[in-house]
Design a protein around this ligand. Structure first.
Ligand code: ATP
Length: 293
């Protein structure tokens, strides 16, 4: 299941229910977690991968929650072993947990021959979290509301990315809270978010240069306040000629758009040499959402 990067994340005023209205342009990229569902005596979760610190191996894992929700809805017993092979950075702002939840929905639907259609799986995905429906859909999509009202976007061609994965994660609620704090401290007027026309045009024409200019993340100042070292990472990427750079979602992963696969290789080598990240990954997008392998 693919990771996502937010090409645009515009955060509206804080709502009474504690959420924000968002314009969230999701883009699925070729960094994948794999979830294998096998019949078992009870619900178990195993996680493997290089950096899996902080990923729960009990019922709190988002994949386990997805399996229980699907079982409850379809009259099955959630007696399944979920093996998650993680490649998506944990708490990195790339929606790894949501990808695993989407994967578990698709895998268990298959295993139990529950026969739910895509739109029924999307309904369950909405209950699991605002990023889970997109993990099912994949591609590139505009999410409104909390990010869960999705419309696919027109994209021409393929974009090449480099991701700088930081040591340790950032908590999404903490980054939103910091964003609210900064806004009230600086008495910034917070306007209603709109989808960027420049961004949508760049996607539709496959213009990487224009896309690089249009990338935007309202959470970036908050992520940079909480993790000052990301400034150096972003500067390093720009020095290696990135067409655009931004913190992915709530961070701390930094995303760099390049003009070609060869440029992505150069940028990845340059960034690795600078030692500004725990690991540097290359990926392309858009890619499809959760699929059965
Ligand atoms: P988002 O971009 O959606 O805000 P994120 O990429 O920053 O999310 P995740 O990797 O999805 O963050 O994980 C956030 C937290 O969720 C983790 O620190 C962990 O405690 C918990 N979690 C639950 N299930 C999973 C899972 N399958 N994989 C990773 N984290 C999980």
């Amino acid at each position: 299941m693919p990771a996502k990067v937010n090409l645009q994340l515009s955060v509206g005023p804080l709502r009474d229910d504690g959420y924000h209205d968002l314009v969230n342009v999701f883009h699925a990229v070729s960094l994948f977690d794999e979830v294998t569902a096998t019949p078992a005596g009870r619900l178990t979760v195993r996680v493997s991968g290089e950096s899996i610190e902080g990923v729960p191996t009990d019922g709190d894992n988002l994949a386990a929650r997805a399996a229980r929700l699907l079982a409850g809805r379809t009259g099955n017993v959630p007696a399944v072993d979920l093996h998650i092979r993680k490649a998506i950075p944990v708490a990195g702002g790339m929606a790894g947990g949501s990808a695993d939840a989407a994967a578990a929905l698709v895998a268990c639907n298959e295993l139990w021959q529950a026969g739910l259609e895509r739109d029924e799986l999307v309904e369950l995905a909405c209950e699991l979290g605002s990023d889970v429906p997109f993990a099912l859909l994949g591609g590139t999509a505009v999410g409104l509301g909390r990010g869960e009202r999705l419309t696919s976007a027109m994209v021409r061609g393929r974009f090449h990315w480099v991701f700088a994965c930081a040591d340790g994660g950032l908590s999404t609620p903490a980054v939103y809270a910091e964003c609210d704090r900064l806004r009230s401290a600086y008495e910034e007027p917070v306007s209603w978010p709109h989808t960027s026309e420049d961004l949508m045009a760049a996607l539709a024409t496959g213009d990487a240069k224009a896309l690089g200019k249009a990338l935007h993340n309202d959470l970036q100042p908050a992520a940079l306040t909480l993790r000052g070292s990301l400034r150096r990472t972003l500067t390093a990427g720009r020095e290696f000629g990135a067409l655009g750079s931004l913190v992915s979602g709530s961070g701390p992963t930094c995303a760099f758009l390049t003009g070609s696969e060869a440029h992505a290789v150069d940028l990845a080598v340059g960034l690795s040499g600078m030692g500004v990240a725990r690991s540097v990954e290359r990926a392309y997008g858009p890619v499809a959402g959760a699929t059965v392998l």
